[in-house]
Design a binder for this molecule. Sequence first.
Ligand code: S6P
Ligand code: ZN
Length: 186
Amino acid sequence: MNLTSKPISLVVDERGELRPATSTIERRLSHMRGMYADAEAERAALAQDDALVYEVYQYDMPEFVGELVVCTTVLHPGKVGDEFFMTKGHFHEQRDRAEVYYGLSGEGRLLLAKDDEFADVPMGASTVAYVPPYWAHRTVNTGDEPLVFLAVYPGDAGHDYGTIETDGFPQLVVERDGAVAVLSER
Ligand code: S6P
Ligand code: ZN
């Protein structure tokens, strides 16, 4: 994409759409096959309805060092079996690129992983979460409303989804006895 950045003011509407957006992504359950721990529950959910799990509204910028991309994510409430709806999760292709999330509404967790380390931090209205360089990140909605957040990341960061598609993510977030539980697979 041949883009030139200019001064601009964007608006996040009441449902979390960024306006104007230059690209929009819709992720449904069928785009995430194999990512939820309970394969049988995933099959059953897909047989019923290819649910919309999340939407991303992005204002693209040139993919250069020094530029910043802004986008919002609307992560819908729901579960596959007892596992809460989540994003695919990724590393930045340029591993040393960081990111900031600002929570707008809803509640959930941001899961982070790097080598043998992992962490989870709360996400919700007014939360500022920092994704340090080198950490994979995935967001989970643990509430009944959409979890909406704004993200800002370097224009040249890129996205590596393949590593998590192959290796999985070391934590999962489930409902256990009516409470939210973060389980570690390591
Ligand atoms: C981009 C940033 C977010 C995610 C979005 C969807 O670097 O971390 O905007 O793209 O939350 O998640 P994912 O893992 O499908 O890109
Ligand atoms: Zn990211």
